[in-house]
Design a protein around this ligand. Structure first.
Ligand code: CA
Length: 441
């Protein structure tokens, strides 16, 4: 339900001054959730506001987050999992209370000096942790542009398989190797086989790539054997986050048939520290991807008027690169691509509904990711495989370097944001990761 309320009012300001700066990802209209710790302290649930974090636990005792014991319990945990077990109404009420507390027109917390000091902490002073302990992670393939580009490299005469326009294609990912943005990512070893070789070798990956994706966290549970109606699917989605699906293309090419990606993906997947709630995204909902004439319409269980009208999110996602040579020369990171999440062939509601349509139980804290966000233009391509067309068109960098794939020391930075003329711009923070060398033989 895309309800606009006082929390979205573009004229709303906060007494946290950094929340007013033009470039901030975290104005008071956003209020994304994350998990952090101070020094070696315990993990705490927090909300980003400007360049600070609002710690929620210290607010409970003072009654500033209402009287709901389930909410009090949820914000006092070291992950967001208990928050994802709350109802949509409970988390929406929590969001409204946090918005009111941080509003410039409300002096209660601002003027309570000791309490303010205990719960407003600069982001630069904290360490961000995994926001959610993910039970199951699934990765989709929802960009028809990405699927067509990659398909045409591997199957030039048959780029898009016949199921693509009927099924949100996906595969089961690996939850244990999800890491929070900022965690270094080690180059994997694996089997790879050159086209002209008789047999594969086992060696460090040479074609190391990223994939710009948008993930979403499941709220609540459905029983095994039950499904999720498309009309209710968004009520089962808590929020969205940037995801980098690191990919070993040489491993992938050798292993992907017949059962799909496996070790080429499961060595690490980075998730951004901040989760932007579906509530915060309400002003940026737009109609689902318009299928070209001649494409089939979704089957009835994946189709609904609300999904057609407001099922997509008008969000931009970008990949930026900082190489060791650029770092040494004090260059800023360069942008490699910018994609539009609204270009995806399938919506988040369709992905969730499809996932549960066989009776699969989706559980609070499951992570579903969209697949690489790519678009029709070269500048929209969300991975190096597409951007360099399998390495044949290297990316040129300001240092004179080129990249076909990532080398050790390269840092990949994902950014995301929503903006429109009539609402305050909100952002997703960053999802960073530095590639580190493979383990020795
Ligand atoms: Ca992927």
């Amino acid at each position: 339900m895309n309800t606009l309320d006082a929390t979205h009012d573009p004229s709303l300001t906060s007494w946290v001054e950094s929340a007013q700066s033009d470039g901030t990802d975290f104005p008071i209209q956003n209020l994304p959730f994350g998990v952090f710790r101070r020094g070696r302290g315990d993990a705490e649930v927090g909300v980003a506001i400007g360049s600070d974090v609002l710690a929620l636990t210290p607010l409970v005792g003072a009654g500033w987050l209402g009287q709901d014991a389930q909410v009090h319990h949820a914000v006092a945990q070291g992950t967001l999992n208990a928050l994802l077990e709350l109802s949509e109404a409970q988390t929406r009420d929590l969001r409204r209370r946090i918005s009111a507390l941080l509003s410039a027109s409300n002096g209660a917390l601002r003027d309570a000096a000791s309490q303010r000091a205990s719960c407003i902490v600069p982001q630069s002073d904290v360490e961000m942790l995994m926001p959610v302990t993910v039970g199951d992670y699934t990765d989709f393939y929802a960009s028809v542009h990405h699927a067509t580009n990659v398909g045409s490299m591997f199957r030039p005469d048959n780029p898009l398989l016949p199921n693509y326009k009927f099924i949100p294609v996906g595969y089961h990912g690996r939850a244990s190797s999800l890491v929070v943005g900022g965690t270094p990512v080690r180059r994997p070893w694996g089997q790879q086989k050159a086209d002209d070789a008789d047999a594969p070798t086992f060696a460090p990956c040479r074609l190391f790539d990223y994939e710009v994706e948008v993930g979403f966290y499941v709220r609540g549970d459905n029983d095994l054997g039950s499904s999720v109606n498309i009309a209710e699917a968004e009520g089962r989605i808590f929020g969205l986050s940037l995801v980098n699906d690191w990919s070993a293309r040489d491993l992938q090419k050798w292993e992907y048939q017949p059962l799909g990606p496996f070790l080429a993906k499961s060595f690490a997947t980075s998730v951004a520290p901040w989760v932007v709630t579906l509530d915060a995204l309400a002003p940026f909902r737009v109609s689902a991807f318009e299928r070209p004439a001649g494409d089939p319409q979704p089957l009835p269980h994946l189709d609904h008027a609300v999904n057609r009208n407001t099922g997509a999110v008008d969000m931009q996602v970008e990949a930026w690169l900082l190489t060791p040579q650029m770092r040494a020369a004090k260059h800023e990171p360069v942008r490699l691509s910018r994609g539009h999440f609204r270009d995806m062939y399938w919506t988040i509601a369709q992905m969730l509904t499809h996932h549960a349509s066989n009776g699969c139980n989706m559980r609070a804290g499951d992570l579903l990711a969209s697949g690489t966000v790519s678009g029709p233009e070269k500048g929209n391509r969300g991975c190096l495989l597409e951007l360099t067309w399998r390495g044949s068109e290297p990316v040129q960098l300001p240092t004179g370097e080129e990249r076909r794939f990532l080398i050790d020391g390269d840092e990949l930075i994902l950014k995301g944001y929503c903006e429109s003329k009539s609402h305050r711009r909100i952002g997703f923070g960053e999802c960073r990761g530095v590639v580190v060398e493979a383990l020795p033989a």
